[in-house]
Design a protein around this ligand. Structure first.
Ligand code: TYM
Length: 337
């Protein structure tokens, strides 16, 4: 379980299956960036995971590199964070195969994301969709990560990763560090602006704020945000009865650091007509510099490719150490050098 660095290790990834959105930013990336100095950091584009759902190859390639630009623009300095494409480190697929043989059919059948995605993509319920959490476990365990910073929806996957690692260690000794999910107190679950009981997701673009949205688009989306299922036009945190307002308050609170009570006081006597543009404004203030920097970086393909190359080398070094150990433990004959 080697990590000679004194710092604890963080690892996470995001699928480049769509453009990054405010949920990804608040639930994941902003927390990665905020803690870069405290931890030893590994962050990747989970491109292997995306093909569990059909992708347009040229789009996937473009989005993968753009996502890297957006990671950097969000504050992930490649000097302080190892940034890489998952498919550039073959050890991910190699360990996933081994772990498949230590994961039970029953436990994979219980995964919520599998149930949701197989309901959504009925014509393509492939084996990859089913074994997706095993690849994710491999991603994490290869790096002996201490913490996995994710939004609430990924907690179940980190838990199955812990179960798989514990099972493997139970047979072969302490091979894997058992990772902890690292879920932010605020922003762990951002809901869609037009569907405030479903998580914000690229599949409903009208209710989803993308990091690359311009101020005009952001204003328009917030204007159309659903605020209420009751008729009282007041800013009050009531997740049950006013999920739309609660979601906007959560976004506002995460970005400004204000508590719900402070927000209620600030908007006392004012209605949604004042609150929605205020939320839009803090979102625009946060995302504009990110968009501008990402646009600049996206034009610099040579730089992005050099970050990928360096990241893949640094990641492979750590990943291969774990993979070799696993190969030895399970009894594979090591090649003569
Ligand atoms: P993915 O690509 O769906 O989401 C990436 C990250 O963004 C968070 N997130 C949200 N947080 C708050 N509110 C939302 N509406 C919202 N939508 C997404 C997710 O919780 C996640 O942290 N399986 C993973 C990717 C992955 C991974 C890994 C993560 C592959 N291997 C290893 C950690 C470690 C996924 O599909 O996330």
């Amino acid at each position: 379980m080697e990590n000679n660095n004194q710092k604890k290790r963080m690892l996470s990834g995001i699928q480049p299956s769509g453009d990054l959105h405010l949920g990804n930013y608040l639930g994941a990336i902003s927390n990665w960036a905020a803690r870069a100095d405290e931890f030893d950091n590994y962050y990747f584009m989970a491109d292997l995971h995306t093909i569990t759902v059909r992708q347009e190859p040229a789009d996937l390639r473009r989005r993968s590199l753009n996502q890297l630009a957006q990671y950097i623009a969000c504050g992930l300095d490649p000097e302080k964070n190892v940034l890489f494409m998952q498919s550039h480190v073959p050890a991910h697929s190699q360990l996933a195969w081994v772990l498949n043989c230590y994961t039970m059919f029953g436990e994979l059948s219980r995964m919520t994301q599998f149930k949701d995605k197989s309901a959504k993509h009925k014509d393509n319920i492939n084996a990859g969709l089913f074994t997706y959490p095993v690849l994710m476990a491999a991603d994490i365990l290869l790096y002996q990560a201490d913490y996995v910073p994710v939004g609430e929806d990924q907690k179940q996957h980190v838990e199955i990763c812990r179960d798989i690692a514990t099972r493997f260690n139970g047979i072969y000794g302490d091979v894997f560090k058992i990772p902890e999910p690292y879920i932010p107190k605020a922003g762990a679950r951002i809901y869609g602006l037009t569907t405030p009981t479903d998580k914000m997701s690229k599949s409903i673009p009208d209710g989803c704020i993308f990091l690359m949205d311009t101020p005009d688009v952001i204003n328009r989306k917030f204007k159309r945000a659903i605020t209420d299922s009751d008729t009282v036009n007041c800013i009050r945190y009531d997740k049950e009865n006013k999920p739309g307002v609660a979601n906007l308050m959560n976004i506002y609170s995460t970005l400004t650091g204000q508590s719900f009570e402070q927000i209620e006081a600030e908007f006392e006597g004012k209605g949604y007509g004042a609150f929605k543009p205020a939320v839009a404004e803090v979102v625009i203030d946060t995302l504009t510099p990110i968009r501008e920097e990402a646009e600049r970086l996206m034009k610099d393909k040579a730089y992005l490719n050099s970050v990928c190359k360096d990241g893949a080398e640094r990641a492979s070094y750590v990943a291969n150490k774990t993979l070799n150990k696993v190969y030895k433990k399970v009894g594979f004959l090591m090649p003569e050098r």
